[in-house]
Design a protein around this ligand. Structure first.
Ligand code: ADP
Ligand code: MG
Length: 344
């Protein structure tokens, strides 16, 4: 069932077209990540859903009900939508208990019980209830913000870069916790982030934005392995891009004859993710694809730069396990482990 439906929404600020005919749908219980570089319109889109902005044209519907279009806009507090902002935005003078219980009427007999169960849900100790926001770590503040947003039993949850202020290790941990909590609560969620790794690991579905437009939508695997264009390919992760001549389901390139997804003909550009290329064997002087020019060790995996034979291209960078690394200067033969993707 479709919970959120954004239909051709546009929004302009002076000369800036912040949103240009944006359409997004989110199904019940799903986690959708809206991802794109800074300035692509992500926050504007989220504020539009929340009710802090009104569309110039197009419409925003939740649960089949139009909440906003060019003529009307339901006030934010009536929309039944929860929001967690980048900095958590807790009320600084209120305790954790009162922050979480903010949206629950004071006279409600189940208030204390509900606050406690929300606290437990976000994995905080009951001892935290009497603390104030400044007595909490960044991660704890985000947990309280999430509990507060869940307290109103929202039909939709909006997260605007909620992990970006946290340290790397904590960020991953929080991402998993938040995904688990939202899954358990069964809340449909829209996450906005400029971090493609975060989007890939958090969401069931990705919507990629650029310059106010949706350029592609799909599963994390779709976006990572089958981006529509070069810009999305590079935005979603490290990519090896090679000119090739396609003939049917094979393309001839500097890596040899490589199988490709679909059928193509003539000059194309193919894309492989660095981990899709394997160092097959140490090549001999006669039988090799190129020469190792650099080895970058980074623990479990390493990045190996290989200058390919017979092409005036910068060395390609391959990711591999750090076991049995070739040395700089070695001749190697490269094997493509999966079908290459042909860019538009
Ligand atoms: P993102 O969240 O992807 O970084 P934003 O939605 O914040 O992008 O902004 C999209 C574009 O709209 C940017 O060029 C930004 O400067 C502009 N913009 C956003 N809000 C306003 C506003 N209230 N007034 C003027 N310009 C704005
Ligand atoms: Mg933003």
């Amino acid at each position: 069932m479709t919970v959120l439906s954004i239909d051709k929404v546009s929004k302009r600020y002076g000369k800036v077209q912040a949103l240009d005919q944006v359409s997004v749908e989110a199904s019940s219980g799903m986690r959708t990540a809206v991802v794109g570089p800074s300035g692509s319109g992500k926050t504007t889109l989220l504020r539009m859903i929340a009710g802090f902005e009104t569309p110039d044209s197009g419409s925003v519907s939740v649960g089949g009900e139009v909440l906003a279009d060019a003529h009307r806009s339901m006030p934010a507090h009536l929309r039944g939508i929860g929001i967690v902002a980048q900095d958590g935005a807790l009320f600084p003078h209120l305790t954790v208990a009162d922050n979480i219980g903010f949206g629950i009427p004071r006279g409600d007999r189940e208030r204390t019980e509900r606050v406690l169960s929300l606290l437990e849900m976000v994995e905080l100790e009951p001892g935290m209830l009497t603390r104030r926001p400044h007595q909490l770590s960044g991660g704890q503040q985000q947990r309280v913000a999430l509990a507060r947003a869940l307290a109103c039993r929202p039909r939709l949850m909006l997260l605007d870069e909620p992990f970006s202020a946290l340290d790397t290790g904590l960020r991953e941990n929080m991402r998993k916790t938040v995904a688990r909590v939202l899954q358990a609560a069964g809340v449909t969620t829209i996450l906005v982030t400029h971090d493609q790794e975060e989007a890939l690991s958090f969401a069931d579905r990705l919507v990629v934005m650029r310059e106010g437009r949706v350029v592609q939508a799909g599963t994390p695997q779709d976006l990572y392995f089958h981006p529509n264009d070069r810009a999305t390919a590079l935005f979603m992760g490290d990519a090896v891009l090679l000119p090739a001549i396609a003939k049917g389901s094979v393309a001839a390139c500097a890596l040899g004859n490589v199988p490709i997804v679909g059928e193509h003909k003539g000059k194309v550009e193919i894309m492989l993710r660095p981990e899709q290329i394997r160092i097959a064997t140490d090549g001999s002087q006669q039988d090799n694809t190129g020469q190792v020019v650099d080895v970058e060790f980074s623990g479990a995996t390493s990045t190996i730069a290989v200058a390919l034979n017979g092409v005036a291209l910068p060395p390609i960078r391959i990711k591999t396990s750090s076991v049995a690394l070739p040395a700089p200067g070695a001749y190697v033969r490269l094997d493509v482990a999966e079908k290459a993707h042909v860019l538009e």
